[in-house]
Design a protein around this ligand. Structure first.
Ligand code: GEK
Length: 312
């Protein structure tokens, strides 16, 4: 009896926590749940009042995906009411919803961040530099910072979108660590790369003009120490048109499952068409080998999103 009471208490608490989390992010959903008249919802709301304060104190961090989800403003940039027009830009509106956008749009994104943390632990060498090229809101930077297990390292995080850089600075300032991070507002094509034992380009190369990609990868290879690791994550295109169509379809289904509407999917697709230009896995591998990396391979593939790892 006592056990039963405890169980139902804990499931009510779980329900309360779920509802509380929804309400922090999406108050409109809470309203609908109340309308359903489910008694558990009412109990949940009561408990929510007691629990709201600690939940609101949670910080956005890449260390814990569940925590991330509690504080992510929802990406509604391409909804009917609030449709974005023109080509896609990394502006203030995108920055506001960016973690949610990545989580709901890039299959395997969270896995790529977890791998960066693990690779940093394994490959970062003492007294070396680590680069996050196209750092956005520092997800990979924070992962490296958490993973690095040697002394004397410095992380250099670079992005050329002013809105990203200023929010990135706030995120890094709120993260407690002894490992220094320089956040640089610059074009990755111009930033010097030296003494690097780890370089990350997580979904950034795809935004560079195609003819500037080989020189970029060449500069990365030149600036790296032997034994250093380079992580390149990209949206890719399949050489077989039938498979490419299938992968696009699977990706759109992924977005539907993450509650993007048909309109949002097609508007985003149009907006990003000439901004993000994907290439094949074979092209990426050949480019990295030509630049002087010793070993190159795919470690993650989820539909048309790939993460490659290369050892200098
Ligand atoms: C993550 N790596 O969360 N120079 C500097 N930055 C650039 C350039 C350039 N030439 N071109 C684009 N960017 C992140 C996600 S997002 C991926 C990276 C995406 C920046 C751009 O401003 C944006 O912040 C980032 O690259 C790409 O792991 O939105 O699909």
């Amino acid at each position: 009896m006592l056990r039963l009471a405890r169980l139902s208490h804990s499931s009510a608490r779980q329900q309360a926590r779920k509802t509380a989390i929804l309400s922090v992010n999406r108050p409109i959903y809470l309203k609908n749940e109340v309308k359903s008249g489910n008694i558990v919802d009412y109990i949940a709301i009561l408990l929510l009042i007691c629990m709201r304060a600690p939940i609101q104190q949670m910080q956005w961090t890449t260390a814990n995906t569940k925590q991330q989800e509690t504080h992510m403003p929802r990406d509604e940039i391409y909804t009917q009411q609030n449709a974005g027009t023109g080509t896609f830009e990394f502006n203030e509106a995108v920055v506001d919803v960016f973690p949610d956008m990545l989580r709901r749009s890039i299959p395997g994104y969270e896995a790529s961040i977890r791998a960066i943390r693990a690779l940093a632990r394994q490959y970062v060498q003492p007294d070396s530099h680590c680069y996050d090229l196209g750092c956005s809101l520092a997800a990979a930077t924070l992962a490296m910072r958490q993973g690095i297990d040697v002394s004397g390292c410095r992380i250099i995080a670079i992005d050329n979108a002013p809105a990203m850089v200023s929010r990135c600075k706030q995120i890094i300032a709120a993260d407690k660590s002894d490992i220094p991070v320089d956040i640089v507002a610059d074009d990755v094509r111009c930033t010097p790369i030296d003494n690097a034992s780890m370089v990350v380009m997580n979904y950034t190369l795809q935004f560079l003009p195609i003819d500037e990609r080989q020189p970029m990868i060449g500069r990365i290879a030149e600036g790296m120490r032997p034994g250093g690791v380079f992580v390149l994550s990209e949206k890719v295109v399949d050489e077989d048109p039938g498979i490419e169509a299938l992968l696009i379809d699977l990706h759109h289904n992924f977005k539907r499952r993450h509650a993007y509407s048909e309109l949002e999917i097609s508007r985003k697709r149009e907006a990003i068409e000439n901004v993000l230009v994907p290439e094949s896995v074979a092209t990426h591998k050949a480019r990295m080998l030509a630049a002087g990396f010793q070993h190159v391979g795919v470690w993650l593939r989820y539909f048309n999103f790939v993460s490659l790892v290369a050892i200098r």
